[in-house]
Design a protein around this ligand. Structure first.
Ligand code: ADP
Ligand code: ZN
Length: 743
């Protein structure tokens, strides 16, 4: 791979020139073409080219590279942009990412483009047609028979102002009616940049004055945005981190500077976004997966043109072409959602740090439960640690208590002490939140006659019973089937659900507490657009109710009337085979506990467990995440595990486990041959993945581990080059995961 080069400054440059292009192909290389026009070409412009029998859209990464190939090149078929779409900063970042994550560079560029630009459409701000009422034209002059046109006039009288064409058609007026009225001189037509007409210049809300703790954090943050530095804010849940980010941007972000604010999932945290919009108004732009292609194009071009936006975004926003990046904020920096887990497996948090280093600007990372990676970097890389140890509003931190559920009768997963606590909380007019880590009714359907468990046809997993839709579903592939009446194995009719999912707890509580609403919040219940908003609105009314939900409930919500949180079962993370299990358990419990007592009433948290004497749970109850995290970090250091070392995972998938392991054994053999060049790289495996068979592919891993990232990177480079040359059959696949989060 080559660095994106500057255009040749040689005035005597001869035609044709050679263009090196990144194309969306799954190979780690660029492709060269010729270009014989007098038009100026630069890296960052798009071209259309023939590739085999296809035409593809690609991005120029170099003009007249120093090492042109010795073969006859084809000419490009079209130059699509007059000037570079990607500024140099963004070419450099994407190039860095492709190398670091060992991913095909053309696919990385692809990931950074909005769909219309991938298709080769013009990089022009999308516009929309709007209409206003022409005041001079009086209604009496409109013929009586034009009934619909009269209707439209009345509609304009009722809602004066400028309206998008789409608004009028949505109100039931056909294009003919609108055009007819315009031709008679009653309406004036405008072409506006998308969104302009609808953005109201709402009154911006000022921020609450920072409290003493917030002020002392602010005092320690960079005053100007012209040097790279990383600040990690450990602020307990409800301590007012969002206000600190906003105050800091207000004070330090230059008027013409761009800021990137990363949030894990926008649809789950509408409140955070709303707060940014209320305070910064039209300067805030949004980037997330629910936008339409046209909205994406608009935001992309806004960022690209250097508009001083504050982009509030999910992970892929880090790939946008910022040219004046002056500040980066990563909220809930520990969140797993920042790592993309298929295709281009980048970490948006880590890439945002690289982007900031390139742009020479500061970064704020914030979390109530900082990742061990970032805590490690406080020492290893000189991040500055700040802390907010008190809740900002009226709330206080809840008390945590373990409930030993050994030999206690559970109903829908709820023990008698938790049930009593739920009842008394509701009786006081307050709300309850129950956290369960599984959706569906029950994670297992078991035959009580022969012990058979219903498994997925395609994966090494059990099927989850979903009673609402009366189906068995695999949560790892698309497989589903009706709920069987008889056991597949022995034919017996004694099939029973085992364990708890959100649906079952919802059912049990609905029966036990008929006077209170039970609101289930998980991926199934919120699939329909707008349904989550509806549920959140109901909760914000504050009436007593029970929320039953998964991970979704742990993220950033502010439910002031929730005073009791129940964690149904904390034991999964204690004995997980994944070394990150304890860290994730500590983060999840601390985050979900943080939903309690955010209003005026103090909160409490009951954690059900069969291991009440486990030191990790004991420590969690001290409500001191940082101390706990530091001891987990010490364990990682002793075991030389990340973040105290670095890992790259190679995964192989094929129709049999034997073949996958064989391939990795051969790969390991190849790496051993390079031993003298990569002396410090430890090889672990091959071993089967935690879910060994998924969607009928048998998956195994080989792990490369080293203290020294350079050595590891060198090994991975050689490895991908070698693997790309190996001829595997079409049903075999490999992928590389740099800094893997799950295996
Ligand atoms: P975090 O993100 O740290 O969990 P938030 O930023 O959501 O916390 O703040 C928690 C609550 O405290 C919010 O309702 C917020 O409006 C309020 N809050 C934050 N800072 C202040 C302040 N300085 N004065 C008054 N209220 C504040
Ligand atoms: Zn499956």
């Amino acid at each position: 791979m080559d660095h994106p080069a500057q255009p040749s400054s040689d005035p005597s440059k001869k035609t044709p020139q050679i263009l090196r292009v990144a194309l969306p192909r799954p190979v780690r290389q660029f492709f060269d073409y010729t270009f014989s026009s007098a038009d100026e070409v630069m890296p960052g412009q798009r071209v259309r080219v023939f590739f085999g029998r296809q035409t593809l859209v690609g991005v120029i990464v170099a003009v007249n590279p120093p090492d042109p190939p010795d073969i006859k090149l084809r000419p490009i078929s079209a130059l699509l942009d007059r000037s570079p779409l990607f500024p140099v900063s963004s070419l450099t970042l994407i190039d860095w990412a492709a190398r670091y994550y060992q991913h095909p560079p053309g696919e990385c560029f692809w990931a950074a483009l909005p769909p219309p630009l991938r298709q080769g459409k013009a990089a022009e701000m999308p516009t929309e047609t709007t209409w206003t009422r022409n005041a001079e034209a009086v209604a009496d002059t409109l013929p009586k028979r034009a009934k619909r046109q009269h209707d439209l006039l009345r509609w304009f009288a009722e809602q004066p102002g400028e309206h998008a064409n789409g608004t009028l058609t949505a109100a039931g007026f056909t294009p003919q009616v609108i055009r007819g009225l315009a031709e008679r001189g009653f309406l004036a037509r405008h072409e506006r940049t998308l969104g302009q007409a609808t953005e109201k210049s709402a009154v911006l809300q000022s921020l609450p004055a920072p409290n003493a703790a917030q002020q002392s954090v602010l005092d320690g943050l960079p005053v100007s945005c012209d040097a790279f530095a990383v600040h990690l804010i450990h602020g307990i849940t409800g301590s007012g981190k969002t206000e600190v980010y906003m105050h800091w941007l207000r004070q330090s972000l230059p008027a013409d500077g761009q800021a990137l604010v990363l949030v894990p999932e926008i649809n789950l945290t509408p409140q955070t976004v709303a707060r940014f919009v209320r305070h910064f108004g039209a300067r805030v732009a949004l980037w997330h997966s629910a936008l339409t292609d046209t909205e994406r194009l608009r935001t992309w071009l806004q960022v690209q043109s250097g508009e001083p936006v504050i982009l509030v975004s999910t992970r892929s926003g880090v790939l946008l072409p910022f040219s004046r990046l002056k500040a980066v904020v990563v909220d809930e920096e520990h969140d797993g959602a920042y790592k993309q887990n298929d295709g281009f497996r980048y970490s948006a948090r880590d890439l945002s740090l690289v982007a900031a280093r390139q742009a020479n600007c500061p970064v704020l990372l914030g979390s109530a439960t900082p990742s061990l990676e970032s805590l490690h970097n406080v020492e290893a890389r000189d991040y500055r640690l700040h802390s907010l140890a008190q809740r900002a509003g009226k709330g206080t931190l809840p008390s945590l208590q373990l409930v030993d559920i050994r030999s206690r009768p559970l109903v829908g997963g709820v023990s008698p002490p938790l049930m009593q606590a739920i009842e008394s909380t509701l009786a006081l007019g307050q709300q309850v939140l129950l956290f369960i880590n599984r959706r569906g009714y029950a994670p297992v359907l078991m035959c009580y006659d022969c012990g058979h468990l219903l498994e997925c046809r395609n994966c090494d997993t059990r099927l989850t019973l979903h009673r609402r839709e009366n189906r068995m579903r695999c949560h790892h592939c698309d497989f589903q089937r009706p709920v069987p009446k008889r056991c597949d194995k022995c034919g017996g009719e004694n099939l029973n659900p085992v364990g708890e999912g959100t649906e079952k707890t919802e059912d049990v509580l609905t029966q036990a507490l008929p006077d209170y609403p039970i609101i289930r919040i998980d991926r199934d219940s919120t699939r329909k657009k707008g349904s989550l908003d509806g549920m959140l609105a109901a909760i914000h009314e504050g009436k007593p109710c029970v929320l039953v939900g998964t991970q979704m409930l742990t993220k950033g919500h502010d439910f002031p009337n929730v005073t009791l949180v129940g964690v149904l079962n904390a034991d999964g993370g204690l004995f997980s085979s994944d070394f990150r299990g304890p860290e994730q358990l500590a983060q999840t419990v601390t985050q979900v506990a943080g939903r309690a007592g955010r209003g005026e009433q103090p909160g409490r948290v009951l954690i059900q467990t069969c291991h009440a004497d486990h030191p990790l749970l004991q420590q969690l109850c001290q409500n001191d995440y940082l101390t706990l995290a530091r001891s987990l970090l010490q364990e990682r250091e002793d075991a030389l595990l990340p973040p105290c070392s670095a890992q790259i995972a190679l995964r192989f998938e094929s129709p049999s486990m034997e073949l996958s392991i064989d391939r990795l054994v051969a790969t390991r053999g190849q790496l051993e041959q390079w031993r003298d060049q990569i002396p410090d790289v430890l090889l672990l495996g091959p071993f089967p993945a935690a879910i060994a068979r998924k969607a009928n592919r048998h998956r195994a891993y080989l792990i490369l581990q080293a203290d020294n990232r350079r050595a590891l990177q060198r090994a991975a480079n050689a490895l991908t080059r070698w693997l790309e040359q190996c001829r595997f059959s079409h049903n075999e696949r490999w992928l590389i995961d740099v800094d893997p989060q799950e295996l």
